[in-house]
Design a binder for this molecule. Sequence first.
Ligand code: ADP
Ligand code: MG
Length: 141
Amino acid sequence: MIFSTASPEETKAAARTVAALLRPGDLIAYRGGMGAGKTTFTAGLAQGLGSTAWVSSPTFALVHQYDGPTPLCHFDMFRVASLEDLYSTGFFDYLEGGAVLAVEWSENIEAALPEPHITVDIAMGEGDQRTITVTGDERFL
Ligand code: ADP
Ligand code: MG
């Protein structure tokens, strides 16, 4: 699935479309640098999964949980540099929890990512343009 967006609102709308296809236990691994729109996309996921909470970056907390009909756990692995760090986020416990997991800076935990997982790549274009590519399962073909 490929979305071209030109505003944060359009990115959230794309995420709501993706959210409608998600199932408990799915893991979304983001690709895309600082300011690409990973947290913005996650806000749309939370909306789509039925949470009314305000979504903010979990940079310091490492993980935020949003409760709704399908819970969403939002990780920021920017500062995670070792398996020990990863254990301390509780990541491995969350994997079993039946929530949807959305992982920013998934590059940092590449070796620990479960297979299969869904990749959401957000590429920045001119100005507010973003190209969002969702792969990893036939639901997104
Ligand atoms: P990340 O989590 O990838 O670092 P954020 O979602 O926190 O990125 O921030 C994205 C920034 O880019 C926000 O300031 C947002 O307003 C801006 N932005 C501009 N255009 C878009 C777009 N099309 N989609 C998402 N965010 C956009
Ligand atoms: Mg972010």
